[in-house]
Design a protein around this ligand. Structure first.
Ligand code: ZN
Length: 299
């Protein structure tokens, strides 16, 4: 990354307001911030509250307070997915008009009944409604993955490069299937919302936790299908709970202790392989850590 490119760099942190930030989510926030700032870029915050039943009232304000206490301020207005139905509808309409999305009338039971054995945790949708609903009412809308692959002459499996993890591959049609864009419960699917929002915010690099790496191929297919630019991707190490799983509220993650923001930031920096900084002033802390990040070669 040369200095001349710096005006173009825009990163983001996109938490779901389902509770307070914890040690794990601060790693993603800090990494995305450092990655953008080490290149002289901008850093934006987006509230991923598209799955409204999961959101907790007031969590958005709490998260922004926690970020501010750590010296992390969005360079632009914070956007909320719950206010962006029109943009998501326009994207779905565009896909439907191009023959790349179709309505699905299957229930979860219908889909599971088609599987001999359940692979992974969720059944891969077998494409039942690709040729039409056959009288069933539409419940959800799905992307026709093979149609996107054919339209854009994509190789199978789909291959992409992560800036930390290197080459990644996924056979989206076989391993994931025609994934949902608009859910049977009337909510927009995470994949569609993220892709529309990243493009709307001009995001050039997505830095987020490694638990989301599996979503990336789907999001890239959607970017192609919607003729949107593809950002660069970097997935950060995860903070693990005592049981070895990703730290989350469900396995006992505590809300960040903001009585000592530097301690919380130093712990997050350590996960990223960066040295602790002793400075008491947040500005000095972020400056020193930005330098360390830049010199670490991530940026
Ligand atoms: Zn179906």
């Amino acid at each position: 990354m040369s200095v001349g490119d710096s005006a173009l760099v825009i990163g983001r942190f996109a938490p779901s307001p389902t509770g307070a930030l914890h040690a794990g989510s601060l790693v993603a926030a800090l990494a995305s911030y450092l990655h953008a700032r080490a290149q002289g870029g901008q850093w934006l915050v987006r509230m991923e509250d598209v799955d409204t039943p999961r959101c907790v009232q007031g969590s958005d304000a709490l998260i922004l307070q926690q970020l501010a206490a750590c010296g992390l301020h969005s360079d632009g207005q914070v956007i909320y997915q719950s206010e962006r139905h029109a943009q998501y509808q326009a994207a779905l309409d565009q896909l439907v008009a191009q023959g790349l999305a179709y309505p699905c009338g299957c229930t979860r039971k219908d889909i599971e009944a088609t599987q001999n054995t359940l692979r992974h945790h969720a059944a891969v949708y077998p494409g039942t409604c690709r040729a039409g609903l056959e009288g069933k009412p539409a419940r959800a809308w799905r992307l026709n993955v093979q149609a996107v692959i054919d339209r854009y002459l994509l190789a199978t499996p789909f291959t992409w490069d992560d800036e930390r993890l290197g080459a990644q591959t996924q056979d989206v049609a076989r391993e994931v299937g025609d994934f949902v864009l608009f859910r049977a419960d009337g909510l927009w699917a995470y994949q569609l919302a993220v892709v529309v929002d990243d493009a709307a915010q001009g995001i050039t690099q997505v830095v987020r936790g490694a638990d989301l790496v599996d979503n990336t191929a789907r999001q890239m297919l959607l970017q192609l299908a919607l003729q949107l630019p593809t950002p660069r991707y970097l997935h950060t190490p995860l903070v693990l709970a005592a049981n070895g799983e990703k730290l989350s509220k469900q396995n006992g993650a505590q809300a960040l202790d903001l009585s000592n923001p530097q301690a919380a930031l130093n712990a997050a920096a350590e996960v990223l392989g960066l040295p602790a900084q002793e400075d008491d002033a947040l500005n000095a802390w972020t400056h020193a850590t930005r330098e360390a990040y830049y010199n670490s070669g991530f940026a």
